[in-house]
Write a protein that binds this ligand. Structure first.
Ligand code: SF4
Length: 244
């Protein structure tokens, strides 16, 4: 569930900081170098207008209102550029970075869903975190997911059935380095990544040339232990990549 107020508060604070900084620069430095302040004012005006544009589009995306593809693309680029600053401001005012990451992944997913793809099942790569496997299970599904005995105690069994049914590639990634290696080795045309807010955001930012749909895992037992997946969400993502 996305708390849009926290994201909007953060980005408005960022806009406020920018405006105050520019006013301060104008008061204290304009008498020294006119061209310098004009340059600063122009940059600040461009950034401010970009932030205002982004606030309007992001608000629509969060509320699932219709936004055209170009608007979504430009907005996602703006948010990606400002992302380190947005998370820094959020952290400074006590807003969890995960609230910002949730919005970021939603913006990414909405943008991907606004495009059309015609990708074969076997060209789709599904990456899942190791914590989906039942903590007490001793089978080594990290090297080969089909090692799973499908006992029903965790979602790995459901994913093996999904792999058998659809022929998509499914791998368990124990970290970012392994995830990167799996992507390089398999050369997918689309990725469906399952992870927590932090890892999904890092993954989306890492993979630039391949569409990545992010799916959050559920963590009823806290982070990184016996997490679960909504397999239907993954099936819908596969359908989306293959059916256009
Ligand atoms: S479903 Fe597979 S991975 Fe999960 S606990 Fe059972 S055997 Fe282990």
């Amino acid at each position: 569930m996305i708390d849009s107020k926290k994201y909007m508060t953060t980005i408005c604070i960022l806009l406020g900081i920018l405006i105050v900084s520019v006013v301060t620069i104008n008061i204290f430095i304009s008498s020294l170098t006119g061209i310098f302040t004009i340059f600063i004012d122009m940059i600040a005006a461009i950034i401010s207008l970009s932030i205002i544009f982004s606030i309007l589009i992001t608000n629509k995306v969060i509320k699932d209102k219709k936004v055209n593809v170009l608007g979504m693309k430009i907005n996602f680029k703006i948010v990606s550029l400002l992302f380190p600053m947005i998370t820094f401001v959020a952290d400074s005012v006590g807003i969890s970075k995960n609230e910002i990451r949730k919005v970021y992944v939603k913006l990414n997913n909405k943008y991907i869903y606004s495009n059309k793809y015609n990708i074969k099942n076997e060209e789709i790569l599904i990456l899942i975190p190791h914590c989906v496997q039942k903590n007490s299970c001793k089978l080594k599904v990290t090297t080969n997911i089909e090692t799973c005995a499908k006992c029903g105690l965790c979602n790995i069994g459901d994913l093996v059935k999904l792999k058998e049914k659809t022929n998509v590639n499914i791998f368990v990634a124990t970290g970012g380095t392994l995830a990167r290696k799996i992507i390089i080795d398999n050369k997918p045309k689309a990725i469906i990544a399952v992870a927590c807010e932090r890892d999904l955001t890092a993954g989306v930012q890492d993979v630039r040339k391949i569409p990545v749909l992010g799916v959050f895992n559920k963590r009823p037992n806290g982070p990184c232990v016996d997490t679960s997946i909504d397999v239907k969400e993954i099936e819908e993502a596969i359908k989306f990549f293959t059916s256009n």
